[in-house]
Design a protein around this ligand. Structure first.
Ligand code: COA
Ligand code: AMP
Length: 630
């Protein structure tokens, strides 16, 4: 029978063990699994229990052993430093095993955590793979987070060592990482024993004698370390993501299920064959970077691109086309916001005319819903399939997608197409019953989820169950709301919680509110995600001052903006604050954030039946107008 989407999907849900067992045969195992799916501790499911393997072996050494030693594994392209550099699989193996040796010589062992706080340079990837090689659990923190956020993650993951660099570069600005790291370690209760710092020429880091080690000398002195055999269920990494409070969730990834899912997805979703050049223009600090800059392409024997630049201004809106042409990229993955940025600078795609993209086959977008105008603009410009696909940090790979490697389904702009094989996606109402096609509800995934999805939260099984599995037994709560249409296409429309999406980055408005509330003049506040044509959403703060505070000179707003930048980081893009006399609430005291968002976005809204005082909404509208909304 010819393979198509329908029969592949059917097989994956009717016989998940057969389906994923066959996919797992594509990897090199030190010992085969005893069970493909171990449900003995449900709702905690374990994939490939009893199996032993090493993810780094499969991503790097395997290709050296099997004939790809001289193929490029990494291409580093950095317009911000004017650098290009390549690493073959053999060179990558050498770099990774030397750093792994350096980690070992500092006492890092299997199960120890290593925090990685790095810009988009090859050493970030080398650092992650070195951890995977010796069974250390990496936790990468995005460079745009502030010291306090870094400190929270240090306290939760308790790393033995931190890998970092002296600086990152944001277009033309040099951002010194080391003072941020020093500050974070000062703030945290847990103190990592050592740091290994890569000195970059753009800024020299001050080293603390006895604690900070120089990256290059640590590697030069180190004895290369070999891959250790790990249980499929051993953790590979922890990646923190926004929860509904200020405390981020430590999403855990296992080794076996993750490697199986990553490898399967490259061929079946992205339709990329070993040897091809694949580019995910994201950052290793996000899940997209973990999965599609590092693990999936390398597991599949692809060349992956590490791009230290932006879609625009490095140097212009033709940057993506230049990289695609120059490195012969077959398939690219980025966030819709990047395309909106390009469209803003070069609406007619004039810069594209300078480049030859004849080998470019498909563009994948994720991180936020792709608005139809952006999708259509990209399609008409590039003349290749533009595929929106939906996933989240927790899953590590797409829940819904148009799987180009199986069968290309018709594209419906605004929908990420259908459930990916392995995922049973249902839309449920508040009582946990499936809704009719076309009706909006909570999008949930029936347990067990396929390999690759989070087995739990770091050191917090209870929070895992409370946050994701308790809404409706037998289901995982995605936190997204939407509907399915009559063709089984999923339409992801909004969040059901306080998460907002800023330039493809997931942020908690609750966490921003917690920081604002620390300001001594603030009585209460609300943060909403207002629509933004470039970044999708932007956080907007509405502040009520304590009685008696009489500074109306704009200083308080500036202080609040700086406080959020200092505590959460620039990634938050928090620049809009307005002071109001009071906030609209229900009679039981719940702040009506949803209604304020509708007002900010100029959308019609229904007067909430339980509103305490409807006249407040007019005041909110006037206030929002003063900062360019409503
Ligand atoms: N280290 C330090 N600071 C960082 C940083 C890093 N790694 N990454 C971003 N920042 C800073 C930026 O300099 C900016 O600071 P500013 O407020 O002083 O200007 C702020 O954080 C917001 O950054 P960013 O979201 O990148 O916004 P931008 O306005 O600089 O650029 C886009 C807008 C659309 C070009 C940009 O968001 C982009 O390229 N997005 C691609 C999508 C993406 O990677 N998504 C990830 C998931 S797939
Ligand atoms: P993150 O965990 O940071 O990757 O963010 C995941 C969240 O981003 C999802 O739960 C959605 O709310 C949103 N998201 C990601 N991709 C899409 C998409 N293709 N369509 C709609 N929403 C998306």
């Amino acid at each position: 029978m010819e393979r198509n989407y329908k029969n592949t999907y059917q097989q994956s849900v009717e016989d998940p063990e057969g389906f994923w067992g066959e996919a797992a045969e594509e990897l090199v195992w030190d010992k085969k699994w005893d069970q493909v799916l171990d449900a003995s501790e449900a709702p905690f499911y374990h994939w490939f229990s009893g199996g032993m393997l090493n993810t780094c072996y499969n991503a790097v050494d395997r290709h050296v052993d099997e004939g790809r030693a001289d193929q490029n594994a990494l291409i580093y392209d950095s317009p911000v430093t004017n650098t290009k550099q390549t690493y073959t699989f053999r060179e990558l193996q050498d770099e990774v095993s030397r750093l792994a040796g350096a980690l070992k010589s500092q006492g890092v062992e299997k199960g120890d955590r290593v925090l990685v706080y790095m810009p988009m340079i090859p050493q970030a990837v080398i650092g992650m793979l070195a951890c995977a090689r010796i069974g250390a659990v990496h936790s990468v923190v995005f460079g745009g987070f502030a010291a306090a956020e870094l400190a929270t993650r240090i306290d939760d993951a308790k790393p033995k060592i931190v890998l970092s660099a002296s600086c990152g570069i944001e277009i033309e600005r040099v951002i010194e990482y080391k003072p941020l790291l020093d500050n974070a370690i000062e703030l945290s209760s847990h103190k990592p024993a050592n740091t290994i710092i890569l000195q970059r020429p753009q800024a020299e880091a001050q080293m603390l004698e006895g604690r900070d080690l120089d990256w290059n000398s640590a590697c030069e002195k180190a004895e290369p370390a070999d891959c250790v055999s790990l249980a499929a269920t051993d953790p590979l990494y922890i990646l923190y993501t926004s929860g509904t409070t200020g405390v981020p969730k430590g999403v855990v990834r296992d080794n076996g299920g993750h490697a199986v899912a990553m490898l399967w997805s490259m061929k079946n979703i992205y339709n990329v064959q070993p040897g091809e050049i694949y580019w995910a223009a994201s950052d290793v600090g996000w899940v997209v970077g973990h999965s599609y800059i590092v693990y999936a392409p390398l597991l599949n024997g692809n060349t992956t691109i590490i791009y230290e630049g932006k879609p625009v201004f490095t140097p212009d809106a033709g940057a993506f086309w230049r990289v695609i042409e120059e490195h012969n990229v077959s398939v690219m993955f980025t966030a819709p916001t990047a395309f909106r940025a390009i469209k803003k600078e070069d609406p007619n795609g004039e810069l594209l005319k300078k480049y030859d993209l004849s080998n470019f086959r498909a563009l994948f977008l994720a991180g936020e819903r792709c608005d139809p105008p952006t999708l259509e603009w990209a399609e008409s410009l590039l003349n290749v399939p533009v595929i929106d696909h939906w996933w989240q940090t927790e899953t590590a790979w797409a829940i819904a997608a148009n799987c180009l490697g199986i069968e290309q389904l018709p594209v419906k702009a605004g929908s990420p197409a259908c459930a990916v094989p392995g995922y049973q996606v249902d839309v449920l109402n508040n009582d946990g019953e499936p809704v009719e096609d076309g009706d909006i509800g909570s999008i949930m995934i029936k347990l067990p989820m396929p390999p690759g999805c989070l087995p739990t939260l770091w050191n917090d099984d209870k929070r895992f169950v409370d946050s994701y599995l308790s809404a409706h037994p037998g289901y995982y709560l995605t936190g997204d709301a939407g509907y399915k249409d009559e063709d089984g296409y999923i339409w992801v429309m909004s969040r059901i919680d306080d998460i907002i999406n800023v330039a493809g980055h997931r942020l908690s408005t609750g966490a921003i509110e917690e920081v604002i509330a620390e300001h001594p003049d603030v009585a209460e506040c609300a943060v909403i995600g207002a629509e933004d044509t470039l970044k999708g959403e932007l956080p907007v703060g509405l502040i009520v001052l304590k009685s008696g505070v009489e500074r109306y000179d704009g200083e308080i707003e500036k202080e609040i903006i700086s406080l959020v930048r200092e505590k959460i980081g620039p990634v938050c893009a928090f620049k809009k604050v307005v002071i109001v006399a009071r906030l609209p609430k229900t009679r039981s005291g719940k702040i009506l954030r949803g209604t304020m968002k509708q007002i900010a976005d100029c959308k019609s809204y229904k007067m909430p039946a339980t509103i305490d005082d409807p006249t407040i909404l007019d005041e909110i509208k006037v206030a929002l107008k003063t900062i360019g909304y409503a």
